[in-house]
Design a binder for this molecule. Structure first.
Ligand code: HGY
Ligand code: MN
Ligand code: MN
Ligand code: MN
Length: 428
């Protein structure tokens, strides 16, 4: 039997901040856009190189590495009671176009470093510890957010959808996955599904992607809930035509239909009655995209979220009604109105938030409970495991843009809280 381990040896152990910063900087160079931006798209060449980088670090930390059919990567440290459900932690390394180098990365590199800290302190895990690098948290390539964690959480509809999904270059999901070396079991994506109870706990370290911790000079955010995200794809079609020759009363301009709907999205979220309702039209494409040709097609992608699911669904319904009436009034065809995802929020597990809070207290770090307005793989891991998240401050709350920044001292605080929390959960 193992004598209760002194956790105070953990309190002292220092994170190797130098090598962690170097890893963050090196990983950021695996990008399709020039520094300081990072662009790393699912199954791209740079993504494959980044995956190799992560697997190598997992190996160097003595983790046994496995990958599933879609490229979720698992690095495991066996506990002395390996038959118990492990404790897991992790995040993503894919990056949307022209974004930053900390979103997701902190929760993967930081998790591996947390394992290093625990090993060096002589800690012996009872429950195995598993670091997970999730495939494609960002929706960039195939329009589906949290693709890897949705599958892990057992989404049958996603498994079916991926069989007929292509990206904007008409490359199928399966061909893209094969390019990245994930060729086996693609015919049966249900092999990715994890059973409920596969983990006793899942906890994710992530930058806040908001300004509160920095503004309040608080070191750690203990996340209590993750907001409910939804995304909608809309296509309008009109007759198009010559920008000079077609008189205004004869037009059914698909571009103006899109513009009207975009402003309607803003109106509906502002009138929701809560500051917590948000809406964004992040993609708005006009066809043919020539200055002197009336847009004959428009394609919008709408992201709307709220911490209150019902309030968010009211906004979605209003957007749908508005798309129909715009189509009617402007004589344009609403050729597509597709709700891509309409997810419920997720609540963190008390067991995990309490372990995190006591870790902060023992490490003498200030912390505050807060919600996450951004979604994360944790939103889906919560469907199969008790979930928790640890936030660290980031510069002015910037994220999804090259100015994203987290100070190494804050990253080190996050890694130490993660390490101590993992230790507590592993011995639970
Ligand atoms: O969009 C999000 O909330 C996440 O950062 N991908
Ligand atoms: Mn992101
Ligand atoms: Mn993220
Ligand atoms: Mn479309």
């Amino acid at each position: 039997i193992h004598e209760p381990q002194s956790q105070d040896s953990l309190l002292s152990l220092s994170v190797d901040s130098e090598s962690l910063q170097k890893q963050i900087d090196e990983l950021s160079t695996l990008s399709d856009t020039p520094a300081p931006s990072v662009t790393r798209i699912l199954y791209s060449e740079k993504d494959v190189l980044a995956r190799r980088f992560i697997k190598n670090l997992m190996g160097l930390s003595g983790l046994s590495v496995r990958e599933d059919a879609v490229g979720n990567i698992f690095g495991r440290w066996d506990g002395y009671e390996p038959e118990l459900a492990p404790v897991s932690t992790g995040s993503h390394i894919d990056a949307i176009p022209y974004s930053g180098k900390y979103d997701g990365v902190i929760g993967v590199l930081g998790a591996i470093e947390a394992i290093n800290v625990l090993k060096e302190s002589g800690f012996k895990p009872k429950r195995s510890l598993e670091v997970i690098m999730f495939t494609s948290e960002e929706p960039t390539r195939f329009g589906i957010s949290c693709l890897g964690s949705r599958l892990l959480a057992g989404s049958k509809e996603l498994a079916e959808l991926l069989e007929r999904t292509v990206d904007s270059q008409n490359i199928s999901f399966f061909d893209a996955a094969k390019f990245a070396g994930y060729a086996n079991h693609l015919e049966d994506l249900t092999s990715v599904f994890l059973k409920k109870g596969s983990y006793s706990a899942f906890i994710e370290l992530h930058i806040e992607q908001g300004p509160i911790l920095e503004e309040e000079a608080t070191s750690i955010g203990v996340v209590t809930a993750i907001a409910a995200p939804a995304s909608i794809k809309v296509d309008f079609e009109g007759n198009g035509g010559h920008a000079g020759a077609v008189l205004m009363p004869m037009r059914n301009d698909a571009g103006l239909a899109a513009a009207e709907l975009a402003l309607a999205v803003e109106k509906f979220v502002l009138e929701s009655g809560s500051i917590d309702t948000v809406g964004t039209v992040g993609i708005l494409e006009l066809h043919p995209g020539a200055i002197n040709s009336i847009p004959s097609k428009s394609h919008l992608e709408i992201d709307t979220r709220d911490i209150d699911e019902k309030r968010r669904n009211v906004v979605i319904e209003k957007i749908h009604q508005s798309a129909l009436s715009i189509s009617e009034n402007r004589g344009v065809k609403l050729s597509e109105f597709k709700i891509v995802n309409q997810d419920p929020p997720a609540l963190s597990e008390d067991l995990i938030t309490m372990a995190t809070e006591s870790a902060c207290q023992e490490l003498n770090l200030t912390y505050k409970k807060m919600i996450s307005r951004a979604y994360h793989d944790s939103l889906f891991m919560a469907r199969i495991s008790p979930m928790g998240m640890i936030f660290i401050p980031c510069y002015k709350g910037y994220s999804h843009k090259p100015e994203e920044f987290a100070a190494i001292e804050d990253i080190v605080n996050g890694v130490r809280v993660l390490a101590l929390t993992l230790a507590k959960l592993s011995l639970a």
